[in-house]
Each structure stands twice: as structure tokens, then as C-alpha cells.
Design a protein around this ligand. Structure first.
Ligand code: WAQ
Ligand code: MG
Length: 263
């Protein structure tokens, strides 16, 4: 495959505050449709109507393109937010995040990690041992981009997810993002729940267990959410990690297993 690829990134804000964002990686023939789709989505978002939408389209050096596999997905069918948070905390600790770092980060996402208390545009980058935040710009966080599902893998994934009632944009995008983040140098785990008020599900990823999702990590209606990428402090190379997250293009052309719900 040596067609030229483009990175397409969208971010929408209102009064400088984050409303929504999205990132895709596609061949030239799909760029027009994808930018239209992203614009429509930005204008009809549950967090509000933006006063600014930025779309950036950039070519990707063909030699830089890498391919990869999505993680396995498991749902832990918790009934309440409290059960979800407790299970997610335990999963983070199993993955190698200290209890202090996990608790502190969950509190930051709960209250809104931006300086004004709202949701960040990007993710927190967190030292898995100390809980210290490592992003150069803490008002923005770190945004991962240049990743997507390859079209055939996307079709295959959609069919499998649909049979489980899980085929929605949140799940598909989160799987592609999580798959890229898992390959970041120094990666230990990721924690996420949506900042879209109606969407209550979230997940923890680790190399050992893949993508473990919890239907309830926040109350419906809550506009606070976010992501945290936990990293191993020993030998951590911040510049290399940022370069990987923001510039290395990866297309996921193989899906993972969708396991039965965990008891
Ligand atoms: N890079 C870094 N952080 C990001 C990115 C990105 N590309 N995209 C979003 N974030 C951060 C940012 O702080 C957002 O405010 C936050 O994550 C939430 O983003 O059912 O929908 O797009 O298995 O609202 C997960 C569960 C849904 C899916 C996640 O996130 C499931 C979701 P959202
Ligand atoms: Mg959102």
C-alpha cells in the first residue's frame, strides 16, 4: 500500500473552552467526506455549539506509516459509578500504577483537570509512581493524533461490535486511540471516561489486559471527563513520547478479540 495518507484533525471550542475533537488518518479520496463529517459533528455536539472549529489536514510521509493491532476488549458490567471507579482503580494498580497516582488522577478527572476546572482538550501524562503530571502545557494536555482504523478493519470491527450492541463512535475511536497510546515508549496504563455529558462509560488499558471497559465511570449529565496516560518514570523520554503520540502515523489493520462480559 503506497497511496498517500493525510492526517485530519478537528478541534472545536467555545470561549476558549474545549468542546470536541477528532483525529483521522485516510487516503486523499476520503479527506473531503471526513472533513465534512467532522464539521457536522462539531456543530451538533452535546457539550455545546462551538464559536471556533479548526480543521487541519496534513500529508503523512508514506515511509513513516506503520500498521498495528487493536487490543482485546472486555466489558466489566458494573451497576454504579462507585463500583466502576473501584474496579478501574484496582485495574490501574494491577497494571503497575501506584494507588496514590491512580487516586490523584481520578480526582483530577472528576473535578476537571483544566486550570478553570473544565475538561482538558488533551490527556494528562502522569508518572505512574509519583502521580506527578509531565505534560509541558497543563492547560492543554497532550493530544494523540495520526491514528485510525484501516477501512477493512473498521468494517470487521463494526460487525463484531454490533453483535454485542457496542458499535458506536465512542468505542471505535477510543479503541484506535488506546491502541496507539499502548505503543508509546514508557506506557504503563491509560484511564479514560468521556466528557460528553450523556456518555457514562470509560475504560482502563494495559498491555497485560488490553481494553477493559466499565459502563459507568461517571453520572449521566456530568460534563467532566478526560484521559490520563500513565508512564514508567525510569528512563522516560518525554520528547520521544510526545513525538510518538503527536506525529507517528499508525493504521490499525487487525482487530482484537471482543471477549464475553466479565462476571
Ligand atoms: N488525545 C488525548 N486526549 C484526548 C484525545 C486525544 N486524541 N481525544 C480526547 N481526549 C481526552 C480529552 O481530554 C477529552 O476531553 C477526553 O479525552 C474525553 O474524550 O464505551 O468518548 O472523545 O468503551 O469525550 C470511552 C468509552 C469514551 C468508550 C471516551 O472520550 C466505550 C470518549 P471523548
Ligand atoms: Mg468528548
Amino acid at each position: 500500500m503506497n497511496a498517500e495518507f493525510f492526517s485530519i484533525r478537528m478541534r472545536a471550542s467555545l470561549g476558549g473552552q474545549h468542546i470536541s475533537g477528532a483525529e483521522r488518518l485516510a487516503t486523499a479520496d476520503r479527506v473531503e467526506a471526513l472533513t465534512a463529517q467532522m464539521t457536522a459533528r462539531a456543530l451538533a455536539h452535546s457539550r455545546g455549539v462551538p464559536d471556533e472549529i479548526r480543521i487541519t489536514v496534513e500529508t503523512v510521509p508514506p515511509a513513516a506509516l506503520r500498521f498495528g493491532q487493536l487490543p482485546d476488549l472486555t466489558t466489566v458490567p458494573v451497576a454504579t459509578v462507585e463500583q466502576g471507579r473501584t474496579a478501574a482503580l484496582a485495574e490501574l494498580v494491577r497494571a503497575g500504577v501506584s494507588e496514590l497516582a491512580a487516586k490523584q488522577t481520578m480526582a483530577a478527572l472528576t473535578h476537571g483537570a483544566a486550570p478553570d476546572g473544565g475538561s482538558l482538550r488533551g490527556a494528562l501524562l502522569v508518572d505512574a509512581a509519583s502521580g506527578v503530571r509531565l505534560e509541558p502545557d497543563q492547560a492543554r494536555g497532550v493530544r494523540a493524533s495520526h491514528m485510525d482504523l484501516a477501512p477493512a478493519a473498521e468494517a470487521e470491527l463494526r460487525a463484531v461490535l454490533a453483535s454485542r450492541g457496542l458499535d458506536n463512535e465512542h468505542v471505535r475511536e477510543a479503541l484506535a486511540l488506546a491502541a496507539k497510546v499502548m505503543q508509546m515508549p514508557g506506557f504503563v496504563a491509560e484511564l479514560c471516561w468521556s466528557d460528553d455529558p450523556p456518555y457514562t462509560a470509560g475504560y482502563v488499558t494495559s498491555r497485560q489486559r488490553g481494553y477493559v471497559r466499565y459502563p459507568h465511570l461517571k453520572q449521566a449529565g456530568d460534563p467532566n471527563g478526560g484521559r490520563a496516560f500513565f508512564v514508567q518514570p525510569a528512563g522516560f523520554d518525554l520528547a520521544a513520547a510526545l513525538d510518538f503520540l503527536q506525529r507517528t502515523p499508525i493504521l490499525f489493520d487487525r482487530i482484537g478479540a471482543i471477549h464475553p462480559d466479565e462476571a
